[in-house]
Ligand binder design. Structure first.
Ligand code: V55
Ligand code: FE
Length: 523
């Protein structure tokens, strides 16, 4: 490593540990830093046991695992029937210096829970990129979202990795990465059944497809979008709706954004489509020099926009705000007068391992993410958007009961460092937030685990909002990252796990997870 890389790495590690409340770093910025994201982790060997913030949920493992009848401590609820799926980047070959932890082939896993038993299974999402590298026995895609750097042998192949999120569509698991179409996996075996899933040829094979589609709470249809929709650097975003039964594309429209930046997530309500445009901007010059797709423009404005679902997008209205970022949407709703968009917000570059356009060093304070509510009048009569902090929770991966994706909701969930960290309360927590009372409850898992994003599992299809289980992976930092699946009563998270599924190995890396109810499995 060069001196500069050494320096970056050291300061980044220190900051990650500091901002993430010591060990047990949760979230993308903290744990990514610990995983060696800044200078490129060229060493796939495991971090030393017990090393503070030693990568946790983002540590590579590569091994595909099958374990039936996992060991369970406590009592697995007998009414719990479904699959807890997740994906994350798990590089097949070492990342080259300068590459970041968001790159790497997607490794999908499932805990299939039924009748008080749990089976654990992981398989790579085997897109064309995975297969080409497997055949060549080396990495052919050295840089995150930079096709200029690809090995010439892969020209024309899909770059899909499916390393960010998974969704269930008609009993197929779609592994998602926002720059490419989904990779489709069998829901039971996790074997790849389609490396470029286009909903039966309805989308181009180059269609960018968000990692955060929404399932309409009323119709059950899927709403998704793709940015840079007309090729590298395009300012066109396509938005479309897919029928839940026929897979037919029911509606599509194209809009233009004020500038080309990362649009990681969005919002869908019963009537509206919402986007938040933030200045993590495309940097073609940097790509041509061999760098990643993005750099952070600290002078960039933000834009919140909305338009009617099902229309032509011509009613799109933008509202401006100062520089900040907001990567993940927790939930959205309107009250007939105003539209509300609940999101994590950072004051600056949310990913300190991504460069700043002005060459300034990583800003760890500016990367801290807190839950906020953006609102705009439905009349459109305002130049800017309003914004309000919801909680003192640093929660970069907030979730809700997914049955409420497109309607008013009350509860949110997240992994977060203890918000009382300044009073010495270190440790990684799972939180349940109540938006009605503006309060939250916490389970603090201590300082020796890294907690991945939790998911909410309703007791059954008809349960009221929030009635069910909250589950997520705890990577034990003092046990060589051996992992547990912890299952909590979502209405009593402060009581801690009611059941713990004990893996004998480290769980595969996780960005996002998904609960698929048993009744949604194909019969
Ligand atoms: C995110 C994750 C990504 C990515 C872009 O959570 C944004 C944010 C795992 O990859 O490519
Ligand atoms: Fe995400």
């Amino acid at each position: 490593m060069t001196d500069k890389q050494n320096l970056d790495r050291r300061s980044f590690m220190a900051a990650a540990i500091g901002t993430a409340a010591g060990v047990g770093a949760t979230g993308l910025a903290g744990a990514a830093a610990a995983a060696g994201a800044v200078s490129g982790n060229t060493d796939l060997s495991r971090p030393p046991a017990g090393a503070p913030g030693s990568g946790g949920q983002f540590s590579p493992i590569r091994a595909e695992v099958t374990i039936n009848d996992c060991e369970v401590e406590g009592k697995l609820p007998l009414d719990l029937d479904g699959g807890f799926f997740a994906t994350g980047p798990d590089p097949q070959y070492p990342r080259v210096p300068g590459n970041i932890m968001f790159d790497g082939e997607g490794h999908v896993r499932v805990f299939r829970i039924k009748n008080g038993r749990v089976d654990y299974r992981t398989r790579y999402a085997k897109g064309e990129r995975y297969l080409a590298q497997d055949k060549a026995r080396r990495g052919l895609y050295p840089m995150y979202r930079n096709p200029y750097m690809d090995d010439p042998s892969v020209r024309g192949l899909s770059r899909a990795v499916g390393n960010t999120h998974v969704i269930n569509h008609k009993g197929l698991i779609l592994a998602l990465k926002e720059d490419t179409p989904p990779i489709a996996l069998d829901i039971n075996t996790l074997e790849t059944v389609d490396p470029i899933y286009t909903f039966g040829g309805q989308l181009p094979k180059t269609q960018p497809f968000t990692a955060h589609p929404k399932v309409c709470s009323i119709t059950g249809n899927m709403l998704a979008f793709g940015y840079e929709a007309e090729g590298l650097g395009s300012d066109v975003v396509s938005v479309f709706e897919i029928d839940k039964n026929t897979s037919k594309k029911l509606w599509e429209t194209k809009i233009k954004v004020p500038y080309v930046g990362m649009i990681h997530d969005f919002g869908i309500s019963e009537k509206y489509v919402m986007f938040f445009v933030v200045p993590m901007t495309i940097d073609i010059e940097q790509m041509k020099r061999g760098g990643i797709h993005w750099s952070w423009d600290r002078s960039g404005k933000t834009w919140f926009g909305f338009f009617r679902r099902g229309g032509d997008g011509k009613d799109l209205k933008w509202f401006e705000g100062p520089t900040r970022s907001g990567t993940h949407t927790m939930g959205v709703f309107d009250d007939g007068k105003k539209l509300y968009f609940d999101t994590e917000i950072t004051a600056g570059n949310p990913f300190p391992f991504m460069p700043n356009k002005d060459g300034s060093p990583p800003d760890f304070k500016g990367a801290e993410s807190y839950l906020h509510r953006i609102s705009v009048p439905l009349s459109g009569k305002s130049k800017g958007y309003d914004i309000e902090k919801l909680y003192p929770l640093s929660a970069p991966l907030p979730r809700q009961d997914d049955r409420y994706n497109t309607v008013a909701y009350r509860y949110g969930y997240a992994a977060c460092p203890d918000p009382a960290a300044e009073r010495g309360m270190a440790g990684a927590c799972y939180a349940r937030m109540d938006l009605q009372t503006r309060t939250f409850k916490l389970w603090n898992a201590g300082t020796k685990v890294s907690l991945a994003e939790p998911v909410f599992a309703p007791k059954n299809a008809k349960s009221r909002e929030g009635e069910g289980y909250l589950m997520g992976i705890a990577y034990h930092l003092d046990q060589n990252l051996r992992s547990d699946l912890v299952i909590l009563d979502a209405e009593r998270v402060e009581d801690g796990p009611i059941a713990t599924v004990k893996l004998p190995v480290q769980a595969s890396p996780q960005v996002h997870g998904l609960w698929v109810r048993g009744d949604l499995y194909p019969t």
